[in-house]
Design a binder for this molecule. Sequence first.
Ligand code: FES
Ligand code: FES
Length: 155
Amino acid sequence: MRGKIYINGLPAEVDLQGGELLLDVLRALGYTEVKEGCREGACGSCLVLLDGVLVNSCQVLAASAVDRQITTVKGLGTIHEPHPIQQAFVDTGAVQCGFCTPGMILAAFSLLKKNPHPEQQEIRRALDGNLCRCTGYVKIIEAVKLAAERMASDG
Ligand code: FES
Ligand code: FES
């Protein structure tokens, strides 16, 4: 099956044989910010937004993404123009090895879109499907709170 998927606003031609996972197709196209962890839907490192909805890309067939919009963490902001969530992760020291960070940031983005003023428990729940082996989660939760404050004050 040939078709186009749209990644961070850019079209990519894909030739799919059948059962390829979206995770593998994205990484083969060079979107290696989408991390490969468990491949079982349990770690959140492969999260992307598919038409704005958070999905574990290891659990999605690439064929189902044809003609749809995918956003990876690089679609939110760049190193020169970071999204406030990305900046807050840096400012609070919430990034150590960085493997979990793309998924964490996308999960936080999805939360703040629905709930711009989350309570601590709501942040914890939203990040429940994301594993981090380095930070102990405290700084990650601080980062999401800081991003929420900054985004609220920026209007
Ligand atoms: S690699 Fe997809 S959830 Fe772990
Ligand atoms: S910063 Fe290393 S896994 Fe989270």
